[in-house]
Design a protein around this ligand. Structure first.
Ligand code: 4NP
Length: 157
């Protein structure tokens, strides 16, 4: 899960997907990172923590980190929150982008809900709790769709 600061959106996405895979009984490794390093070492934003906690998810133990180019090799899928971060992932991971179809691993997370529309998860950094709740709802629906897609693929045939 990748956003700009790894402070607001991607920590929520990490916590939400971790909760859902636990419920679904899957054993995936889920992590998050930011494309810039302004907040390295910090906890998620207080409003991300609050909105998550209101849904029974504790993200207080997360620690902000910057995306590394090796992340493109380590993970099967990278979900980005917006176009700017898609471009930043491409830049950071340039050494590996065009080998082994690695570029196909990287998609806009809202493509799960709205394929081909290039919709973005809005940046709530200057927003209010309402904006964080909107982000939570979008990410929760996207993660539900990811698990549905995976479940139907793994049972097909
Ligand atoms: P995020 O939000 O990318 O969802 O973590 C932001 C966090 C920090 C900043 C901008 C967006 N910032 O400018 O420091």
């Amino acid at each position: 899960m990748v956003c700009l600061g790894n402070i607001c959106r991607s920590p929520l996405a990490e916590g939400i997907l971790q909760q859902k895979i636990r419920e679904a009984g899957y054993d995936w490794t889920v992590d998050s990172a930011g494309t810039n390093g302004y907040h390295i070492g910090e906890q998620p934003h207080v409003l991300s923590q609050k909105v998550a906690r209101d849904h029974g998810i504790d993200i207080s133990g997360q620690c902000c980190r910057k995306l590394m180019k090796e992340d493109l090799l380590v993970y099967d899928r990278l979900f980005v929150m917006d176009q700017e971060n898609y471009a930043a992932v491409k830049r950071i991971c340039a050494d590996y982008w065009q080998i082994e179809k690695n570029d196909r691993k990287v998609t806009m997370i809202l493509d799960l809900l709205y394929p081909g529309e290039n919709r973005e998860v809005p940046d709530p950094w200057y927003g209010t709790e309402k904006d964080y709740r909107l982000v939570f709802d979008l990410l929760s629906r996207a993660c539900d769709r990811l698990i549905d897609q995976y479940s139907s693929q793994s049972t097909a045939g």
